[in-house]
Design a protein around this ligand. Structure first.
Ligand code: BGC
Ligand code: CA
Length: 345
């Protein structure tokens, strides 16, 4: 008798579980795919353009929650846990800490949820550790190559920029977040391109401003007082920091029209504020990374995997050998600023 009751009880449980499972699948099929999205910080200038593009492209196509991780990886883990609990169909993640993709992957893998990382490239071993993870971004080193070419050409055609006439470039460099693949790739390549083309570089200083305009402005305040007219170039890993440096040197009378008080600056991103400065001639140039094209790829891919389709279904992107879709960079100087405005409008 007891055995029978126990057997009946288990049969009931099994029925109940399969019923719950069923009804859940049903609602997922009826409704739009559900997504969880995180942005490492809503204060980041470049990411704010990615964010707005992703939001508008997803509207009407998915139900999603987008979180500001406020530059706090622990907070981001909580947001991801919450999304998994809500049973999202896919995640799109802009990491806070470039080294922490494995933790995110572990969480997603346990529930079989696909993940599209964007903007911060996960380490190779992490991306290869789960078949349902992909990356949308750029090739970091390419932006450094383009910056290097830009500096090389400008330096060669402006002999008076060699203020002390020693043939070398006395430069300052603003680095992004330490350990960020873009920081490493850009810093390494701009120097390599110049050196490989016979330019001798002399580093006055190199500091990290964590992609941030205010931190860059503070650093440049010290620089301009310390090095003044011996500064021949400012290389910046991104545009926000380039803007911070510009503000700082302008307060000391540089780059406001006096030809003898000019320090060329290069950045990366092509955000509208920098385009405006390029137009005025106060920033030399930048490297466009299109928030629109990257957002489009994130949206197309996350919608595909959320509905169980092939990640590239209906698109003409290609994946490289590390499961990444890469959007190309482009040099932007006074001559072609319209192209940048288009990618950011
Ligand atoms: C951009 C930076 C941005 C960073 C955030 C980089 O690709 O160039 O402007 O702050 O990504 O991860
Ligand atoms: Ca010099």
């Amino acid at each position: 008798m007891l055995k029978k009751i126990i057997a009946l009880f288990f049969a009931f449980i099994i029925l109940l579980v399969s019923f719950i499972g069923c009804s859940e699948n049903e609602t997922q099929k009826d409704g739009q795919p559900r997504l969880g999205i995180t942005i490492y910080s809503y204060n980041d200038n470049f990411l704010s353009f990615m964010r707005r593009n992703i939001e508008s492209m997803l509207t009407g196509k998915a139900s999603f929650i987008m979180n500001d991780s406020e530059n706090d990886q622990a907070k981001q883990y909580d947001q991801i846990d919450a999304a998994i609990q809500r049973k999202v169909d896919a995640l799109a993640i802009n990491l806070v800490d470039p080294m922490s993709a494995n933790m995110v992957i572990d969480k997603a893998k346990a529930s079989g949820i696909p993940v599209i990382f964007f903007n911060i490239e996960p380490r190779l071993e992490h991306i290869m550790s789960y078949d349902k993870v992909w990356y949308v971004g750029t090739r970091s080193r390419e932006s450094g190559d383009i910056q290097g070419e830009m500096v090389l050409n400008a330096w060669k055609s402006n002999p008076k920029w060699d203020k002390n006439g020693d043939g070398k470039i006395q430069y300052l460099l603003l680095r992004g977040l330490a350990g960020h693949p873009d920081t490493e790739g850009r810093t390494e390549r701009i120097k390599a391109v110049l050196t490989n083309n016979g330019i001798v570089l002399e580093q006055l200083d190199e500091q990290t401003a964590n992609w941030d305009i205010l931190q860059a402005q503070n650093i440049a305040n010290t620089w301009i007082k310390k090095f003044g007219d011996s500064i021949e170039f400012i290389f910046s890993n991104n545009d926000s920091m380039a803007l911070g440096a510009l503000k700082s040197i302008q307060a000391q009378g540089y780059n406001i029209g006096n030809e003898n008080k000019f320090i060329p600056i290069v950045g990366v991103d092509a955000i509208p504020e920098v385009i405006e400065e390029i137009r005025k001639g106060s920033i030399l140039g930048t490297v466009l990374q299109s928030p629109k094209d990257q957002a489009r790829a994130v949206v197309d891919m996350v919608l595909n995997v959320a509905s169980g389709k092939d990640v590239l279904d209906g698109t003409d992107y290609t994946l490289d050998d590390v499961k990444a879709v890469r959007v190309p960079y482009k040099a932007i100087t006074k001559e072609n600023i319209e192209e940048a405005l288009e990618a950011y409008n």
